[in-house]
Design a protein around this ligand. Structure first.
Ligand code: NDP
Length: 265
């Protein structure tokens, strides 16, 4: 006997796919900008959150905001260039929140603008150290404790695959490296039930872009952003929550541009 269309559709089960109830998310770089929005987005979707960055006072502000949403939160001073710090952030999450289901590798720096022939080696090294190496140390630590059903979301950039017509070799290389890291870890960990994806943000109003003048931002929007505006950090957070959730259970190894169409042009 055939069932009517939709008879066995469970709307509650469907809605639960988009939730993170009972999960624990680790978010790096949650002392400002996109990391704050991501931590709050994870909490609003039901996850407890462990946050890491270097500025402890700012991290505590994020912790309080997460707690106001009714979720547990621990703030762990973390420099992602230091492997022991990365390990400690993940261990603290396991010890105090019970598990790690989600890692968002968001900590990053834009670096300075140097022509390649003038770029100080230490500058290039540092930009790669924070953006790429830091993401790998965090992924290693999380990958050791994550159970099947877990997810890593790496914050890359549209500059991984295009240019801003400003010299940013270290940043572009590091963010492109994150896409390679995403693919490799996704392939390595697929059978362990751990998904690994990346987000490529376009332009968002944070400390990283605070030096953009209104005039530069206007020109950027006119020339490069088909949707006609810069992004809202919550639009990165919602994408991170989606990729971390069971709604994205069959998505791994991809990079999602959240850029208002920058990559179309
Ligand atoms: P912000 O400068 O506001 O935030 C960067 C965050 O990274 C801060 O919380 C900072 O915390 C943290 N961080 C920097 N260095 C370290 C470190 N060594 N160890 C731990 N944490 C560190 O910038 P955004 O929010 O814009 O940037 C977030 C991510 O998004 C970055 O990876 C950035 O490259 C990426 N991105 C942003 C875009 C934008 O338009 N805003 C566009 C494309 C990508 P603290 O200083 O306290 O350590």
């Amino acid at each position: 006997m055939s069932t009517a269309i939709g008879e066995d559709f469970d709307a509650d089960r469907w809605r639960a796919r988009f939730r993170l109830d009972g999960k624990v998310a680790v978010v790096t770089g949650a002392s400002s900008g996109l990391g704050v929005a991501i931590a709050l987005g994870m909490a609003a979707a039901g996850a407890d959150v462990a946050i890491g960055a270097r500025r402890v006072d700012r991290l505590q502000e994020t912790r309080k905001a997460v707690e106001r949403l009714g979720r547990r939160c621990i703030a762990v001073p973390t420099d992602v260039t230091i492997i022991e710090d990365c390990t400690r952030l993940v261990e603290s999450a396991v010890n105090e929140l019970g598990r790690v289901d989600i890692l968002v590798n968001n900590a990053g720096i834009g670096g300075e603008y140097h022509q390649a022939t003038e770029d100080p080696p230490e500058h290039f090294r540092h930009v790669v150290d924070v953006n790429l190496f830091g993401s790998y140390w965090m992924a290693q630590a999380a990958g050791r404790v994550m159970q099947p059903g877990s997810a890593v979301v790496n914050i890359s950039s549209v500059l991984a695959v295009t240019t801003a017509k400003m010299p940013a070799a270290g940043y572009s290389a590091a963010k492109a490296g994150i896409l390679g890291l995403t693919r490799d870890l996704a392939a390595q960990w697929g059978r362990k039930g751990i998904r690994v994806n990346a987000i490529m943000p376009g332009v968002f109003p944070t400390e990283a872009t605070a030096h953009y003048s209104p005039n530069y931002t206007r020109k950027l929007i006119d020339a490069r952003i088909p949707l006609g505006r810069i992004g809202d950090p919550e639009e990165i957070a919602s994408t991170a929550v989606f990729l971390a959730s069971d709604a994205a259970a069959y998505i791994t190894g991809v990079a999602v541009a959240v850029d208002g169409g920058v990559l179309l042009l």
